[in-house]
Structures are given as structure tokens and as C-alpha cells.
Ligand binder design. Structure first.
Ligand SMILES: [Zn+2]
Length: 291
């Protein structure tokens, strides 16, 4: 079931208010996203975020989306086979009986949490595993002595998808005017070098849950100085039903006054029953939205 937030009437990326504004699926529709922020992205920024979504689907989630029958904007163009290479040539396996993979990026903590004044973090020390989806009937593959299939896993693409989701979620839940958002600058100016500063994993082991995805945020006190007293951290878990990892994004900072406005916004959200339960009323404030 789709859940709509109040319309923003402003592009949450570039601030444009004059254009006709489109809606933003916070988690892409192609990943079973069901929460929508209406009137929140201009044409240009909408193109940018759709491109991130498209590349992520190609480079990260190609086989799992097909095998688990995720939604597609163009269902008529959905492939019916996945391609493998064997000694005797190319093998086409039907989607209903195919191997697939899903990436598990184990990132470092966001650089911000390690040293907030140092910006030159990189992905060194991060690792990639993948979950293999097994075919229902492996006999089809037994006739080939060996076979391979290729799947790209691109860490910057993954991180960009995470910051896009985190920014949309924070804008919807907290109101874009109530915090100093960092993500638009990174996305609009393609500052890939800042991704390891704001994106990371949390040192926890995740067991599968019943949800397609899970989102929540926390607001923590911060001694950043100059009237900036809090930072906002969003946690994202895609493919939670498969045991997908939790990735976290630092989306920005806010002042004491900003936090007061955020509290009022959260109370209103609760009143409207737009989101799940508030687990803590004071810092860190955490709200879970699950599908
Ligand atoms: Zn825009």
C-alpha cells in the first residue's frame, strides 16, 4: 500500500519552487518502494535520481529483481532469461529457475563519525560479499561442467542510491527546512569523493526480517559549534527479508531551534499516523518505517 506524505512544493535537491514538481519515491518503486513524497523534485533533479535508480538496478540488483519479481516501470520489456557462459557457449536460464546474486557491502563507519573535520576518506577496508540465490531445480545446470555469470558491483553506485533514499526520507519525516541538508550538494555536483564521509555500515549482524525494506532515523547531539547542535543519521536496510545489511547515511545537521521544529513535525506525523511507532521520544530520536 502506498503511503503519501504531505506535498513539499519545493525540490528537495535544488530548492526550485517555480517549476511543476514531480513526486519522489523514497525507496525506488523498482525496489518495492511504497512511500511517496509528492511535489518534491524538479524535472532536472528527477532525471538525476531516476538515473541513479536505473544504474543501481543494472549494476547491483539485476538478477534478484528479476528472480523475486520486483516491480518494473516497463513490465513488457522484462527479460525472461538470465545469461550464463559455459564451455559449449551461452546458456539462457529461465528467470523461474536461475542463479542470481545480491551484493552485501560491508562498509566502514561513515567518516564523519570517525573524524568530522577530515573529508578525505575512501573505501579502503570495505568489503563485498554476495548472497547467492539458488535455482529451484539445479539439474538444469548439472549438464554443464562449469559455467559462469557476470554481475557488476559498484560501490559508488550503491552509496549514491543510499544517499538518495536517506535524503528523501529525512526530507519527508523531518521537513527539508528544518535541517541543513548535505546530500543535495553531493548529488548535484557529483562529489563522489564525499560518499565515504557520509555513508557507512554499522557494526552489527543482521538476521532476516519480514520486511522488504526498513528505514529509520536518529538525531544525535553534536558539539559541532556555531549553533549546530545535532546531526541526523538515517539507517537503511534494503532486502531485509534476505538478511540485507544495514547502511547508514549522515544526512545533515540542525540547530536547537531546528530540533524544536522537528519535534513538532514528528508529533504531527504521529497524529496523522503516517509512520510507525516512535521508539524514543528524546535523543536519539528513532522512528521506524517498515513495509
Ligand atoms: Zn531540483
Amino acid at each position: 500500500m502506498t503511503r503519501n506524505y504531505d506535498p513539499v512544493w519545493k525540490c528537495i535537491y535544488c530548492g526550485e519552487t517555480k517549476e511543476v514538481l514531480g513526486k519522489e519515491h523514497i525507496v525506488p518503486l523498482s525496489l518495492f518502494g511504497t512511500i511517496v513524497l509528492p511535489r518534491s523534485s524538479c524535472d532536472n533533479c528527477g532525471k538525476l535520481t531516476s538515473q541513479i535508480e536505473r544504474i543501481a538496478n543494472e549494476k547491483l540488483f539485476h538478477s534478484i529483481r528479476l528472480i523475486h519479481n520486483f516491480p518494473s516501470r516497463k513490465p513488457g520489456e522484462r527479460p525472461t532469461c538470465l545469461t550464463f557462459q559455459s564451455k559449449i557457449g551461452t546458456v539462457l536460464a529461465p528467470i523461474s529457475n536461475s542463479f542470481g546474486t545480491y551484493p552485501i557491502f560491508k562498509l566502514n563507519e561513515p567518516g564523519f563519525l570517525i573524524n568530522h573535520t577530515k573529508f578525505d576518506f575512501d573505501w579502503v577496508g570495505c568489503s563485498l560479499n554476495s548472497i547467492t540465490i539458488k535455482p529451484q531445480d539445479p539439474a538444469l545446470f548439472k549438464q554443464f561442467n562449469s559455467w559462469t555469470f557476470s554481475q557488476e558491483f559498484d560501490i559508488n553506485t550503491y552509496a549514491k542510491l543510499m544517499v538518495k533514499i536517506a535524503h528523501g526520507f529525512a526530507s519527508a519525516e523531518l521537513d527539508i527546512d528544518n535541517f541543513d541538508a548535505w546530500i543535495p550538494d553531493i548529488l548535484l555536483n557529483n562529489k563522489e569523493e564525499l560518499l565515504p564521509y557520509v555513508v557507512g555500515s554499522l557494526p552489527n549482524e543482521d538476521s532476516p526480517s519480514n520486511h522488504t525494506y526498513e528505514l529509520n532515523y536518529s538525531i544525535y547531539p553534536w558539539e559541532g559549534g556555531e549553533g549546530i547542535n545535532h546531526f541526523i543519521q538515517v539507517k537503511i536496510r534494503l532486502f531485509a527479508y534476505m538478511g540485507g545489511p544495514t547502511t547508514t547515511v549522515i544526512v545533515g545537521t540542525t540547530s536547537n531551534e531546528g530540533l524544536d521544529r522537528i519535534r513538532k513535525k514528528i508529533e504531527r506525523n504521529q497524529f496523522l499516523n503516517m509512520v510507525g511507532k516512535v521508539t524514543k521520544a528524546y535523543e536519539p530520536i528513532t522512528i521506524n518505517v517498515v513495509r
